[in-house]
Design a protein around this ligand. Structure first.
Ligand code: F6P
Length: 341
């Protein structure tokens, strides 16, 4: 078989590790691998590059993606889907491994349902918001980076008796905020799934200060709903607004300072969370996902996605994986809440 591989959506540590694992297993099974440039855009435009053992060597620890990525949605491009199908056929491809989050894999699910397009998915995103898998790769690295930042902010917060607001990514779910907040010992965590009001958050901060603690760390998810902040601005081809533009961290910091009288600063971690080398856990997860995806292709099991259930790598339908967002359940938030105030 001639198998295409693409990486779509926001980049994420571990993408290259998946490309390596998929390719190595496909080579071992006697197949050829073709890299597709910049996600679905590469299939719309017909941009390919063959991947051989040399091209996939040394990729395991490397951040980003050697194939490039984009947020192109062929369903939003004039003639986009026809172009995808035509370039796929003309290149002589027999199967596609799509490595991406809900948007990239959502396109794959739809192409499979509507055109029996031979696609297999691998769940990528620092946001960990994809259903039907316990964890996406890239998430552990993002949590590691945020936790380290929170640790560093602790020492400066303590020295200055300040409230430190840390804004993290995660889009419409609070996975990164909750996990890094628990790991970093945050005194308050605000996420989209739990509508804690600013008043209640300030009450907890005051309570903490009454107990003799002169500083506080507040972790806020970029998608937290703050009164007075609107989702305005450009939307991408999947209909997402750029949440970093809302400035939730800065607004929150100013409201906390006003309501508590405590000096407050904000740190927005931004794309640092997506950069650099994957953690060992993400390298291993990405590798296991890549091998599974290659085996699914080899077996002709299309419309499926590699997934983690407990400690097992399994496969699930792309449809199920992209049907809805996986939100932070209450019991995870309860773990975090035990240390508020
Ligand atoms: O989905 C990954 C993610 O990093 C989100 O957490 C964030 O909202 C978004 O991508 C940022 O996108 P961009 O890289 O286009 O600014």
């Amino acid at each position: 078989m001639k198998v295409g591989v693409l990486t779509g959506g926001g980049d994420c540590p571990g993408l290259n590790a998946v490309i390596r694992a998929v390719s190595r297993r496909l080579f071992a099974r006697g197949h050829d691998v073709i890299g597709i440039r910049e996600g679905w855009r590469g299939l719309v435009d017909g941009r390919f590059e063959p991947l051989g053992p040399r091209e996939v060597s040394g990729l395991l620890p490397r951040g980003g993606t050697i194939l490039g990525t984009s947020r192109t949605n062929p369903y939003r491009v004039d003639g986009g889907v026809d172009a995808v199908l035509e370039h796929f056929r003309a290149e002589g491809l027999d199967a596609l491994v799509a490595i991406g989050g809900e948007d990239t894999l959502g396109v794959g699910a739809r192409l499979y349902a509507e055109h029996e397009f031979p696609v297999v998915g691998v769940p990528k995103t620092i946001d960990n918001d994809l259903s039907a898998t316990d964890y996406t790769f890239g998430f552990d690295t993002a949590v590691f980076i945020c936790t380290e930042a929170i640790d560093r902010l602790h020492t400066t917060a303590e020295s200055h008796n300040r409230v430190m607001v840390v804004e993290v990514m995660g889009r419409h779910t609070g996975w990164i905020a909750v996990m890094s907040g628990i790991a970093g010992g945050a005194d308050m965590i605000l996420i989209p799934e739990q509508p804690v009001s600013i008043e209640d958050a300030c009450k907890e901060i005051r309570h903490r200060h009454d107990r003799g603690k002169d500083f506080s760390i507040v972790v806020v998810s970029e998608g937290y709903e703050l009164e007075g902040i609107a989702d305005e601005g450009d939307v991408d081809e999947f209909g997402h607004v750029r949440l970093s533009e809302r400035g939730v961290g800065a607004q929150l910091a100013s409201q906390i300072e006003q309501q508590t009288g405590f000096e407050t600063r904000v740190t927005v971690l931004g794309h640092v969370q997506r950069g650099g080398s994957p953690t060992p856990r993400d390298r291993v997860l990405a590798t296991r996902y890549g091998l599974k995806a290659a085996e699914l292709v080899h077996a002709g099991s299309f419309g499926r996605m590699a997934a983690l259930h407990g400690d097992q790598i399994v496969d699930v339908s792309l449809e199920e994986a992209t049907a809805e967002l996986k939100r932070v359940p209450d019991d995870w938030f309860e773990v975090a809440r035990a240390f508020f105030g």
